[in-house]
Design a protein around this ligand. Structure first.
Ligand SMILES: Nc1nc2c(ncn2[C@@H]2O[C@H](COP(=O)(O)OP(=O)(O)OP(=O)(O)O)[C@@H](O)[C@H]2O)c(=O)[nH]1
Length: 603
């Protein structure tokens, strides 16, 4: 076969017949007289095929070699070379190197933009979004870039398939059943190449079953998932197998079969590790079942790995990179629209057909818009005073309450709590002593810094309010237990790890205690009561941490067994209730609960 034809065939085979593609690529690469462009194509094919085969390390090596070859190729401007660079960088960025996305992928977007290669720009934006989500879980930025890519793809008449495919895991992860359903429907109608159609249909079946799980219906989901898993194993779709194993793990966990859940999750983790991609989800699920089955060794094993992945340093590194990406690409969503409109407007203004009258009325409209903007800014400032606490710059108690009420009332608002909520009460330890020893100004600066550090631990969608003097409330929309506990422990760590400097130069070691509770307090309770009822157990948990040495967290939730029981009664003797399997309590401390006659004032 002619060398060029061979390399083209090899690239085509990399998705559906990866083993054959590896053999073809190796043959081309080992032929002594092959020229550089053909070697690049073959190396490109090799990297993609190894990735499809889930061979993480060899795929990374191939991608590195490909990048080196592309650098040697220099300024050659063939579209295939851009595509090859894009694939190489995507494979490498999966190894958790935000700098690669920030540098190389953003460069490709900017270059594509300058050369008006819309397809390439859309492709690169989609991959940036996918990586930001899978490696850093910043769903907001990811969604914004996907929306931008979607707008461009629609305008240029390009296929929406890759963008919809990237949107689906984000919607599923956020438990948005309607959006996921809509995406699956769209994806089923989008045209697809015959050879990848089969794998795609099975993946959509897995997504469909995930929706059943969101709707708390593991009984329907399980058989569908088992059928899908068998099919995916048959056709060798390893990424699909990984997704389905994770969904099966969830289903088994919902069915209260932690052993089977652990088995599926472990298999998924193994595949994720070999492919060097997205181990976070598998670890989350494993930690969750470990908590359920109270396997201490597992909790430590998976918890510490998850902590390392979500460590403060790693989060900061990603946050900084996403900030750089945004500053180089312009804010997502609006960037292309603004640029497009600006050029259109400039052209329109220069056109001779625009009369002076039109220009003057345009000017007047701009002036009135400016006036409206100025007035609304003043109004916003006044409104801010009643919604933002001036010292901590967090929401006031009233505003935090009203935002959470809104979440509950309008579950369709993106990022809203809908039907479940996590509440964290955070209280500064021995704050009175700080005031007494260093003065109120020092106390105030501690409050401000603690508030800043709390903000750095949370997402923008979370509600953080100053609940009382030195007490803060954090509310998270529908969040699973492992992530919640990881957040509680991150908060304690972030506050205590660095002393706080006061204006007078004192350096204070400050700690906090955190009480965590959930609403509905009893899972699946169809009459969950008011969300503020869940503050009572959160306060009890906080109180227990204070009694047990402070600087730590405790979380408390009723189990489904407690449905219909008297919660107040349970909270009077949490130790007994937990022994009876009616309360589920997690903590870093060996908790000391008050005896029933104690009053909270002893704190
Ligand atoms: N500087 C300053 N102090 C405040 C503010 N609001 C409340 N406080 C003080 O916060 C202190 C709270 O003390 P306590 O409730 O006894 O609790 P604590 O000393 O933190 O002890 P534990 O919570 O048991 O660890 C009181 O001395 C209040 O005067 C504020 O805005 N600024």
């Amino acid at each position: 076969m002619h060398a060029r034809t061979a390399s083209e065939a090899c690239l085509q085979n990399s998705a559906d017949q990866p083993e054959l593609a590896v053999r073809q690529a190796s043959a081309i690469l080992s032929a002594p007289s092959t020229d550089l462009p053909l070697r690049i194509d073959a190396q490109h094919c090799l990297a993609l095929a190894r990735q499809t085969l889930g061979q993480g390390q060899p795929a990374i090596q191939a991608a590195n070699r490909l990048l080196a070859m592309l650098d040697t190729a220099g300024k050659e401007d063939r579209p295939e070379l851009h595509q090859a660079r894009l694939d190489a960088v995507t494979i490498l960025a999966r190894t958790g190197q935000p700098a690669l996305i920030e540098g190389q992928l953003v460069d490709i977007v900017l270059k594509a933009r300058a050369q008006q290669q819309t397809a390439l720009e859309v492709d690169a934006l989609t991959r940036i979004a996918q990586l930001i989500f899978s490696e850093f879980r910043d769903d907001r930025s990811a969604q914004a870039y996907l929306a931008q890519a979607e707008g461009m793809a629609r305008a240029a008449g390009l296929s929406l398939r890759p963008i919809l495919q990237a949107q689906l895991p984000i919607a599923l992860d956020a438990n948005h059943a309607d959006t996921s359903e809509h995406l699956i429907k769209q994806l089923r109608t989008e045209p697809v190449a015959d050879d990848t159609g089969q794998a795609m249909n099975w993946r959509l079946d897995t997504a469909q079953a995930r929706i059943d799980l969101i709707m708390q219906d593991p009984v329907t989901a399980r058989p569908l998932l088992l059928k899908t898993l068998a099919a995916q194993r048959r056709i060798g779709d390893l990424a699909g197998v990984r997704e389905t194993l994770l969904a099966l793990g969830l289903a088994e966990s919902f069915l209260d079969r932690p052993k089977q859940a652990r088995e599926y999750d472990l298999q998924a983790l193994q595949l994720a590790e070999t492919a060097r991609t997205d181990t976070i989800t598998a670890l989350h699920q494993l930690l969750d079942v470990s908590y359920k089955s109270q396997q201490r060794a597992d909790i430590e094993r998976f918890g510490s790995r998850l902590m390392a992945l979500g460590s403060h340093a790693r989060r900061q590194q990603w946050k900084q990179s996403v900030r750089h990406i945004k500053s180089r690409l312009g804010p997502p969503l609006w960037a292309p629209a603004t640029v497009g409109h600006r050029t259109q407007l400039a052209g329109w203004l220069h056109a001779d057909r625009v009369s002076w009258l039109t220009r003057i009325s345009l000017l007047l409209s701009c002036c009135s818009l400016g006036l409206i903007w100025y007035q609304s800014r003043r109004f916003r400032k006044r409104l801010q005073l009643s919604t933002i606490d001036p010292l901590s710059q967090l929401l006031t108690r009233r505003e935090a309450t009203s935002r959470i009420d809104q979440w509950i009332d309008s579950p369709s608002v993106p990022g809203s709590a809908g039907t479940s909520l996590v509440l964290l009460l955070v209280d500064i330890d021995h704050f009175k002593r700080i005031n007494d020893q260093y003065g109120h100004a020092a106390g105030d600066s501690v409050l401000t810094e603690v508030a800043n550090r709390l903000k750095s631990c949370c997402r923008r969608t979370d509600v953080i309010g100053r609940w009382g003097g030195e007490e803060f409330l954090i509310a998270l929309p529908a969040t699973d237990t492992p992530s919640t506990l990881a957040l509680a422990s991150r908060i304690c760590e972030t506050i205590s790890q660095k002393p706080i400097q006061t204006p007078s130069g004192a350096s204070l070691q400050v700690t906090v205690s955190v009480g965590v509770s959930y609403w509905p307090f009893v899972p699946d309770n169809r009459a969950p009561g008011h969300w503020q009822d869940a503050l009572v157990p959160a306060d009890a948990a906080l109180y227990a941490v204070k009694r047990s040495g402070r600087n730590g967290w405790a979380s408390i939730r009723a189990t489904p067994k407690a449905l219909g029981g008297n919660i107040e009664q349970l909270l009077r003797d949490p130790v007994q209730a937990s022994r009876q399997g009616l309360l589920s309590i997690h903590s870093v401390h060996a908790l000391e609960w008050p005896v029933a006659t104690d009053t909270p004032d002893e704190r």
